[in-house]
Design a binder for this molecule. Structure first.
Ligand code: GLU
Length: 475
């Protein structure tokens, strides 16, 4: 490949499996996914499980589930960083052989003594190993760590696509340990070796890793490897301008799934959280893939705003495909621990979908509106709607029903019948609609009575109206 041939885009998400998928991590994954998918590149998943004490298989499972929910599919196998330990150590040995790293025999006590003395003299406590330039012939037969030879003068410049050029004075970098005295590689080495071996072209991650980038660059430079494009993104804040935490509400991706937010709305909101494309708020996945770039990422932390999230989710529900939405709701019911739908209910939900989609911000809203189609006779009105089935209202329903018996079951005609009835009786439409909602759904927040009648069909609608007009226990 010639120097000016652009490299294929390869991004990765590299979570540490120590808890759940934090919403900030989900956004990092999403940015990497969008960047790769919009450029015909690859999006890889590496589980950073080198910290054996803190990594758990449950956490890995939660990460995979969260990503699956958000539709963030990765290319190839899930890579375990821990499994690459041998390769990571190999690179440290290569650096050792090339004289770019050295064996350091200083004990913890000696390091501490060095620091104490430096502190007493008011100097930097950065450890300078006395072994950096000692000839191998003079090495003792004692435990050692392998340290990289950090540059001692000049600056390290991180060219960051979000933060701009970040300059770090090299005299502030120490000879970082690459291999511990038991021969195991450190995390920082593992990240660089993996990113290199996985041919990662762009590292998009939280700006809490910006300091690591300077240390990681030492390894890239010592190995003569190309440095990836860096993009360190600001963390997500709560509405009070402080780092997002449990105090602000849910922080785990799966909590949003259980609350019933649609994945498309969540993707849209998380994409907008810290990235912009002009004034666009609502966009489709295809638009996000096409538009997403590193230049649109803001430098200051974005604030999580539930109102905006709900607003976007509502728009996504409104424009979603009925069949896809039905499937997503079935999946939502499963994760939220609700009763699964029967086939009849699932079919009814699908049929009713167009009249449920409007104004629902999340799935519980939509399901509440779907009560009419999910329930079967006898319809038991809830407390609020039972007030609409008093004697007068039942009388109205009684009178109305015969008009519907022979009516042709189309919207225009039903409108004509109901409006005609109200005119003749000189009553407002609400006087009729309230009892009808109670009869058809047992609820007061429902789709329009016309929508419900059309979805339920003539026989079922009439049966419900008749039953409500003359309940078995009516006095
Ligand atoms: N494992 C790190 C984390 O979960 C990410 C490291 C990286 O992206 O380089 O914060």
């Amino acid at each position: 490949m010639s120097a000016d041939t652009p490299k294929a885009v390869v991004t990765r998400f590299a979570p540490s499996p120590t808890g759940y998928l934090h919403i900030g991590g989900a956004r990092t994954a999403l940015f990497n996914w969008l960047y790769a998918r919009g450029r015909g590149g690859k999006f890889l998943l590496r589980i950073e499980d080198t910290d054996r004490a803190r990594s758990t298989p449950e956490a890995t499972k939660a990460i995979l589930q969260g990503m699956a929910w958000l539709g963030l599919d990765h290319d190839g196998d899930v890579i375990s960083q821990f499994e690459g330990a041998k390769r990571h150590a190999e690179v440290a040995h290569e650096l050792l052989a090339a004289g770019k790293a050295y064996k350091c025999f200083s004990t913890q006590d000696e390091i501490q003594a060095f620091r104490d003395a430096a502190k007493a003299e008011g100097k930097s406590t950065l450890f300078h190993s006395p072994w950096r330039d000692v000839d191998a012939a003079d090495h003792p037969d004692a435990p050692y760590v392998v340290r990289i030879k950090a540059p001692q003068t000049g600056n390290t410049i991180i060219k960051d696509e979000v933060q701009g050029d970040v300059t770090i004075r090299n005299d502030q970098l120490d000879d970082m340990v690459l291999l511990r005295s038991d021969g195991t590689p450190v995390y920082m080495l593992a990240v660089v070796v993996d990113d290199h071996d996985m041919e990662v072209s762009h590292v998009i991650r939280g700006d809490d890793h910006l300091n690591n980038a300077a240390r990681q660059m030492m390894i890239y430079n010592a190995m003569g490897w190309d440095v990836p494009v860096w993009a360190h993104i600001p963390l997500i804040f709560g509405n009070d301008g402080k780092k997002l935490s449990k105090r602000h509400g849910a922080t785990g991706a799966e909590e949003y799934q259980v609350m019933g937010y649609p994945a498309a709305g969540m993707r849209n909101y998380l994409t907008r959280l810290g990235w912009s494309h002009g004034d666009d708020e609502f966009f489709t996945d295809a638009q996000a893939r096409e538009w997403f770039d590193l230049g649109g990422i803001g430098k200051s932390p974005a604030r999580f705003d539930f109102k905006k999230l709900e607003n976007l989710c509502g728009q996504h529900i409104a424009q979603a495909d009925s069949a896809a939405l039905q499937q997503e709701i079935i999946a939502y019911l499963a994760v939220s621990g609700a009763q699964p739908l029967t086939q009849k209910q699932a079919d009814g939900l699908f049929k009713a979908m167009p009249c449920l989609q409007e104004r629902a911000k999340k799935f519980p809203d939509l399901i509440e509106k779907a009560t009419f189609v999910l329930s079967s006779r006898p319809i038991v009105p809830d407390e609020k709607s039972s007030k609409n089935l008093d004697k007068v209202s039942r009388g109205i329903l009684n009178e109305l029903t015969p008009h519907l018996q022979n009516a042709s079951w189309g919207r225009e005609n039903l409108e004509a019948v109901l409006n005609g009835y109200c005119e003749t009786k000189d009553i407002k439409f609400g006087k009729l609609a309230g009892p009808m909602r109670a009869a058809l759904a047992g609820r007061s927040a429902t789709p329009s009575v016309f929508d419900m009648m059309l979805v339920l069909g003539q026989d079922e609608s009439l049966a419900r109206l008749t039953e409500a007009a003359a309940p078995a226990d009516a006095s």
